[in-house]
Design a protein around this ligand. Structure first.
Ligand code: ZN
Length: 79
């Protein structure tokens, strides 16, 4: 699933590929390099708000932790 995301600060459209219909996390505009918190519910953009570097770090940490957890679950499932 590829979603079109319109940057609120420069109005350039970018695309984001999604594995799931819901997503909440950072989005970076390829054109103006602006950072945003993107929230998608059922393949629809619900919110897109500017993000500070600090918040981004926090979100990436969380995302990483989630992915690690998923990888761990996957590992156990295979055994
Ligand atoms: Zn932009």
């Amino acid at each position: 699933m590829i979603l079109k995301i319109k940057c609120p600060s420069c109005n350039i459209e970018g695309s984001l590929s999604l594995l799931e219909p819901d997503y909440e996390g950072p989005y970076r505009c390829w054109k103006c390099r602006g950072l945003f918190t993107l929230k998608i519910v059922a393949n629809e953009v619900k919110s897109l708000t500017p993000l500070t570097g600090e918040e981004l770090e926090k979100q990436q940490e969380e995302l990483k932790r989630k992915q690690e957890l998923e990888a761990l679950k996957e590992k156990f499932r295979r055994q």
